[in-house]
Ligand binder design. Structure first.
Ligand code: MYA
Length: 576
């Protein structure tokens, strides 16, 4: 069973809305808010130096430009001040990343690959000696970092990497061999976090392969790079393959302990995904501004575009979805800063929702700008190209949906397994059986209740209460129907993930708007209340649709169509 330490989203799978986590909506301290505002001002002043279109066409940032960025202090945002960084919290870090992304996606990715993931394992798992050695260079930008996990045969399936490190006979160093691909900052990084297989005791007298994380200093004999990748977007960021041939790594460069690398990679990505979500949020902010400037000034049929209902709808939906994304992201960074909750699902959800929102928002902005949006000089097509990768890297959104569903279902799954055992041994399991019975009575008869939402949002809170109860019951039903093979039922997992995403988004919007009403007074919150109502209206439709299609769907037909098409190898129909 989940404990109080478990995450908000994992509790939803049990039919619990953890208001202790949700309320009050997290706020940044006044001191930090001041530092963040100063950084944002600095970034804003730097804006004219960023020749985004030029860098995109050149496929590179000039070296002196990266130097200027480092001088702004943007390389060590979350590194403690004692090591030369700015010591920002997760909330502060993500807010600044958001701002950088309003200027240029490739720049945000370069900086994000450096600190969101490049040296994040050092921050989370490094020893004091390692931090002392590397932090100052990383903070000043003299040392750029990258994160080397992906390989030719291992993308989403991160556990299947082949790169190998073998400890020397005298135990002083490892020898590293393998190939990493699509590494952002690859060829410019002097600090490479490399994940490699090492042989570890299996606990039964034998050995087995596990993953270990290493700091690899570059350049070094045996490290070579592929050519810069010719990418669709974020073209000015550098992406290369890195080859390791008999590269010597000092034994003290192991990060977080031998064999711990898989969990380390996952923890780094839990953080990185929030940086990416924050970056995507900045993209939304920029696109909304561009769309509004155009809608306010461009006249057609004698009126500015902002007079037309279809344009109003687009702008409003962009604003509402961006508000929902922002509410989730800063709820989750608040959880990280609290430090006592698991946030793996929340960060995956923030990544999925915000990257998909930016994809939609940039596409709609291009549509509002019409022919002008399609022209390279206006910069919107660059954002559309730049943001496409966000749905793929740091965990493809499909893989993250599976992670959200399966990780969430684990709690009720264990509970049901315990119930099955308890039924076989009723005397031993009596306590558990009565707990489950009580939970099901609560879900079926009493329902879930929220007490802390502002009364003006009572109707919305009611919708969420009903859905969370139904969600837990539907999860139980699916687990009873499929057992462990739920992991192979991707159509069902996708629905569960999509419902979880909406329930988390609805919860964060409720918490944030409740807090805003409480601080500002209801009469000054007309717009926020309208956003909450509007978000709930659309999310409500999606959730209801997903619940319905758990039992009534076209999954079998889709499987048949896909199987036949794949067997044939092409579309298969023609009218002539
Ligand atoms: S870097 C490369 C990104 N790669 C990925 O994201 C890989 C995706 N794959 C995975 O995440 C895993 O392989 C999955 C699990 C999830 C598929 N937190 O049996 P398992 C635990 C904590 O499910 P698998 C890039 O693209 C799990 O509970 N724990 O494993 C950067 C279990 O634990 P236990 C987790 O089936 C590009 C154990 O692990 C998590 O093999 C540059 C095994 O789990 C988790 N999340 O696969 C980007 N997941 O054994 C720059 C699993 O105890 C960005 N576990 O039960 C910069 C941004 C800046 C802004 C830009 C703006 C435009």
């Amino acid at each position: 069973m989940e404990t109080k330490k478990d995450s908000f989203c994992k509790a939803l799978f049990h039919g619990d809305i953890r208001e202790d986590i949700l309320f009050p909506y997290p706020a940044i301290s006044n001191d930090e808010a001041e530092s963040v505002r100063m950084m944002i001002d600095g970034i804003d002043k730097f804006r004219p130096n960023v020749k985004s279109g030029q860098f995109d066409r050149d496929g590179a940032f000039p070296d002196e430009f990266i130097q200027q960025v480092a001088e702004l202090g943007l390389m060590g945002l979350a590194i403690p001040e004692s090591y030369g960084g700015l010591g920002l919290s997760s909330t502060g870090y993500v807010r600044v990343t958001e701002e950088i992304s309003t200027i240029d996606g490739a720049l945000a990715v370069t900086l994000g690959a450096h600190q969101s993931i490049g040296f994040k394992a050092l921050t989370l798992f490094g020893s004091d000696a390692q931090k002392k050695k590397y932090y100052p260079g990383l903070a000043s930008g003299e040392t750029i970092a990258c994160f080397a996990l992906t390989e030719p045969g291992s993308g989403s399936d991160a556990g299947s990497i082949k790169t190998r490190a073998v400890l020397s006979d005298d135990g002083t160093h490892y020898i590293l061999n393998g190939e990493k691909i699509w590494i952002t900052n690859g060829s410019m990084a002097k600090f490479i976090t490399v994940f490699a297989k090492t042989e570890e005791p299996d606990g039964q007298g034998g050995v087995r392969d596990k993953i270990t994380a290493f700091i690899v200093d570059a350049p070094a004999p045996g490290i070579t790079y592929g050519p810069p990748e010719d990418k669709m977007g974020i073209r000015a960021s550098k992406t290369t393959a890195i080859h390791f041939e008999n590269v010597k790594i000092p034994a003290e460069n192991v990060l977080g302990g031998r064999g711990k690398g898989f969990k380390i990679a996952m923890e780094v990505l839990n953080n990185g995904r929030l940086g990416l979500a924050g970056g995507s949020l900045g993209g939304c902010r920029r696109m909304i501004k561009t769309a509004i400037e155009h809608a306010n000034t461009r006249k057609q049929f004698g009126k500015p575009l902002n007079n037309f209902g279809m344009i109003q709808e687009k702008i409003a939906r962009m604003v509402v979805d961006t508000f929902a994304a922002e509410s989730m992201i800063f709820m989750t960074t608040g959880l990280i800063d609290r430090g006592d909750c698991d946030y793996s699902l929340e960060s995956a959800i923030s990544k999925v929702f915000t990257t998909e929102t930016l994809w939609q928002v940039s596409n709609e902005t291009l549509q509002i700008l019409g022919g002008m949006g399609y022209m390279r000089e206006c910069g919107v097509e660059q954002v559309v190209r730049d943001c496409r990768i966000n749905l793929i890297f740091e965990g493809a959104n499909e893989v993250l949906r599976l992670f959200i569903a399966l990780s969430g279902l684990q709690g009720p799954g264990q509970e049901l397994a315990e119930v099955a055992r308890a039924i076989k041994e009723p005397l031993k399991g009596i306590g558990l059986l009565s707990n489950i019975a009580a939970k099901n009575i609560r879900l079926n008869v009493v329902g879930v209740s929220m007490l802390k939402t502002h009364p003006l949002l009572k109707r919305e809170a009611g919708v969420l209460e009903d859905y969370v109860g139904e969600f837990a019951l539907q999860c139980q039903k699916l687990l009873q129907r499929h057992g462990k093979s739920i992991a192979d039922k991707q159509f069902a997992c996708k629905r569960i993930a999509d419902i979880t995403i909406d329930l988390f988004a609805m919860s964060c919007v409720l918490a944030r708007v409740s807090s805003i009403i409480e601080t500002r007074g209801a009469d000054k919150c007309e717009e926020e209340i309208a956003m909450a109502v509007s978000f709930f209206t659309v999310a409500n439709r999606r959730v209801r649709g997903n619940f319905k299609s758990i039992d009534r769907n076209d999954d079998d037909q889709l499987k048949l169509i896909a199987a036949k098409a794949c067997e044939r190898g092409h579309y298969g129909w023609d009218v002539v």
